[in-house]
Design a protein around this ligand. Structure first.
Ligand SMILES: Nc1ncnc2c1ncn2[C@@H]1O[C@H](COP(=O)(O)OP(=O)(O)OP(=O)(O)O)[C@@H](O)[C@H]1O
Ligand SMILES: [Mg+2]
Length: 425
């Protein structure tokens, strides 16, 4: 078993290709240059960009410099975030830390941009150090970086997706693992010089740990008044969780599985206007019990991120507050079915009931729940606000009155940090 684990970043921990390629494409379009086919574009990932602009797009030196400027125009504000943690990497790093190993990153990126990526994607807490080239260096000397992290390279392994990573290990006496899921174009000869090779993150985990550690699931509920934007934003949240390295399950309440969907149609049917508030609250709780059993609990056990459009807090607010059954009563109705599956995080899109009304009536004809009176929605709004204060630890409160784009941007800015700070990812 090794003691020191030094990982390359791009192509080893994260798949940074999307942001790089979109930004290259954008620069070429702005310059009115033809965009090469994707096989050629992929070769932009890794080597210095000006060289690639000249080699693959026939640019002059001055044009390549302009290409780089336009690339940065997009990459610096947004492109760096269009990155994805390879699934399986997060539990691998977590398990290495649990075993008391030392975990490092040695990267060709600047220290500043590497740290920004690692912090944003919540990998930073698993690291003991980062080594990056100084601003003056044109190209990273990975061997030197490796030595700076581990002066004594016994019990040290360098893991990377390009031959430069293997070379760094050869230069310093460390072992190396060549991973082939990244961007490296390996020759047989180069691969034969690595201590081991791994085609997938799973294989890498087996080599390093002797096992494939399961990820820890995360349960996220989306809450707020009708029309607050839950359904509009859930794909943004899904993409964010996938970028953090999770497999995702998108579901909704009431419903989410066959039995619960049948209960949903009972609840929302305008034919049932005589349904009592208690019958309604118990039906919601029954539907939820089945949903937790059939969908939520199994997905969390498999380490997935479950994103649920409304959950128990909606019952607490609508039936407890709106229908005036009392939050504590509704809590008791739900306890048996929810058990230990209260959400880890609740994204609350805050809007007032007037905004809710305006948005709903411009969207579709009202269902039975939506026909309730204005006082009902005022009480529901107040109940949500009380829940946000009471469960502030799991509530991420967003201003749902902002434009759709602004709300999406706020999610991208705040959700990963929120989950990381709470130790949920
Ligand atoms: N930030 C926003 N600004 C303006 N309109 C929005 C915003 N977000 C969503 N909408 C619009 O409001 C309506 C309701 O949005 P959406 O369906 O996402 O809300 P919801 O929270 O899922 O509502 P419900 O609880 O009824 O399912 C839609 O017409 C949507 O286009
Ligand atoms: Mg909705």
């Amino acid at each position: 078993m090794y003691r020191n684990f030094v990982f390359d970043l791009d192509g080893t921990l994260t798949d940074s290709g999307r942001g790089i390629l979109t930004s290259v494409r954008c620069a070429l379009e702005k310059m009115g240059k033809p965009v090469p086919p994707v096989e050629t574009l992929r070769r932009f990932i890794g080597p210095p960009l000006t060289g690639s602009f000249r080699a693959f797009c026939g640019m002059t030196e001055a044009e390549a410099a302009e290409g780089l400027r336009l690339f940065r125009e997009r990459y610096v504000p947004v492109g760096w975030r269009e990155n994805r943690v390879y699934p399986g990497i997060r539990p691998l790093l977590r398990e290495l830390k649990n075993r008391g190993c030392r975990v490092y990153v040695a990267t060709g990126k600047s220290a500043e941009s590497a740290e920004r990526v690692l912090r944003y994607f919540g990998l930073y807490p698993y690291l003991d150090g980062i080594a990056a080239p100084s601003p003056k260096e044109l190209e990273a000397d990975k061997g030197r970086l490796l030595k700076s992290l581990c002066p004594d390279t016994r019990d040290t392994v360098m893991i990377g997706d390009t031959f430069g990573d293997v070379q760094a290990a050869l230069d310093t006496g460390a072992d190396s693992i060549a991973v082939q899921y990244g961007y490296g174009a390996w020759t047989e000869e180069q691969l034969s010089r690595a201590t081991r090779t791994a085609d997938t993150v799973e294989e890498l985990s087996r080599i390093l740990l002797g096992q494939v550690p399961a990820d820890r699931g995360v349960f996220i509920s989306l809450e707020g008044l009708d029309g607050c934007g839950k359904t509009t934003q859930r794909d943004v949240i899904r993409t964010l969780m996938e970028d953090l390295g999770f497999e995702t399950v998108l579901t909704r309440e009431p419903g989410g599985c066959p039995i619960s969907e049948e209960i949903r149609s009972l609840l929302l049917s305008v034919r049932h206007s005589e349904m009592t508030a208690t019958a309604e609250a118990l039906l919601y709780a029954a539907s939820r019990a089945q949903h937790v059993h059939d969908v939520i609990a199994p997905a969390l056990a498999q380490g997935r991120a479950v994103i649920c459009d409304r959950f128990a807090d909606s019952s607490l607010a609508y039936q407890g507050g709106g229908r005036e059954l009392g939050v504590e009563t509704i809590y008791q109705y739900n306890e048996a079915g929810v058990g230990r599956f209260w959400p880890d995080a609740t994204v609350y899109f805050r809007i007032d009931h007037e905004t809710s009304l305006k948005r709903r009536y411009s969207a579709s004809a009202p269902d039975r729940m939506e026909q309730a009176d204005a006082a009902f929605f005022t009480r529901t709004e107040q109940a949500f606000e009380q829940l946000a204060a009471r469960f502030e630890d799991r509530y991420l409160v967003l201003d749902g009155k902002k434009s759709k784009e602004e709300v999406s941007e706020e999610l991208r800015n705040r959700l990963p940090a929120f989950l990381s700070e709470k130790g949920l990812i």
